[in-house]
Design a protein around this ligand. Structure first.
Ligand SMILES: [Zn+2]
Length: 321
């Protein structure tokens, strides 16, 4: 659907009941696709959408990847095959994981295995590999770059870190539309029926909260996130505030856990705090590893918790002595 003049929001289905919205911005001088979803989505939804609105993929100028994650970069190689002339762009900080599926798997999805005693099953790794077909990036960005899409139409890449270091959103000052990706993650990531699917996977809390503050000061009238309903007007500020509140609630609950439970591991945190904050199916509670890890690192940095290792060499947290 066209959410603002020449800005199209395209739903892409993956993983059964999950949805990610990619965006197509079409000017008279240049055009931009924001994200490619998973490996099957360029052929399944993106190309059919382009054909339906009469857009020739041979006219696509840029493919901008908002951040390193399978459901945003997974279709890069097939999309580049459809539009070989398009330049692949992403933030400099997310380039290593966007160019290499193995680096993404080891750095992002398996990061909790060794230090916290989790096991990422081989089938899960194989499924991520099949969904994520990477390709080289042509040009990296740092945020603030403006793209001239028509004679009088410029859109801007906005550095919005928190979910990843190099997350980018795209802002159109003409319609005051923000293509937000996962800059703000609300209190859950939603499925295609708008039911909670998994935890809001912010990772770096200080930068995430700074991003939310920045978004709250911007003049945004239409906000299109990657996994949420389209938000307009005053609902947008609520979305950012509710994102912030969830993050601060988790942090408070983790500190309370140290006070009531004593020394705890990530698995303890999932068991005790996970059940208090989760609105999604319990089978997805391990996705709380990302936000919990972010909040726990921040509590350690501030000296409110101390990190250690138990006899099994698993990371633990406790109140300072
Ligand atoms: Zn996503």
């Amino acid at each position: 659907m066209e959410i603002a003049p020449n800005i199209h929001r395209i739903p892409c289905i993956f993983g059964g009941n999950r949805v990610v919205f990619v965006h197509l911005l079409i000017g008279t001088e240049a055009s931009m696709l924001v994200d490619t979803a998973c490996a099957q989505n360029p052929q399944q939804e993106i190309l059919p959408y382009m054909q339906q609105i009469g857009f020739d993929p041979a006219d696509l100028t840029y493919i901008l990847i908002s951040h390193s994650d399978m459901d945003h970069q997974g279709g890069n190689q097939p999309m580049k095959e459809i539009a070989p002339q398009a330049k692949m762009l992403c933030h400099k900080l997310d380039r290593p994981w966007i160019e290499s599926t193995d680096a993404l798997i080891n750095g992002r999805y398996k990061q909790f295995d060794e230090p916290h005693g989790f096991v990422t099953p081989d089938e899960a790794v194989a499924s991520i590999q099949a969904d994520t077909l990477s390709t080289p990036i042509d040009l990296t960005l740092e945020g603030g770059e403006e793209f001239r899409l028509s004679a009088d139409w410029y859109v801007e890449a906005v550095h919005t870190p928190g979910h990843t270091w190099g997350h980018l959103a795209v802002y159109d000052p003409a319609s005051k539309t923000m293509v937000g990706g996962e800059a703000a993650l609300w209190n859950a990531i939603l499925d295609v029926d708008w039911n909670p699917a998994l935890a809001p996977t912010y990772c770096y809390v200080d930068t995430y909260l700074a991003t939310l503050d920045r978004l709250m000061t911007m003049d945004i009238q239409i906000y299109s996130g990657a996994h949420w309903e389209l938000r307009k007007g005053s609902d947008i500020g609520d979305f950012f505030r509710e994102s912030r509140n969830f993050c601060l609630l988790v942090e408070r609950k983790l500190l309370e856990l140290a006070q009531t439970h004593g020394t705890f591991t990530m698995k303890d945190a999932l068991e005790h705090v996970g059940t208090q904050v989760a609105t999604w199916d319990a089978s997805m509670n391990e996705t709380l590893n990302f936000p919990f890890n972010g909040n726990l690192q921040r509590l350690v940095q501030r000296g409110q918790l101390v990190e250690g290792r138990n006899n099994d060499n698993i990371i633990t947290w406790s109140l300072p002595a």
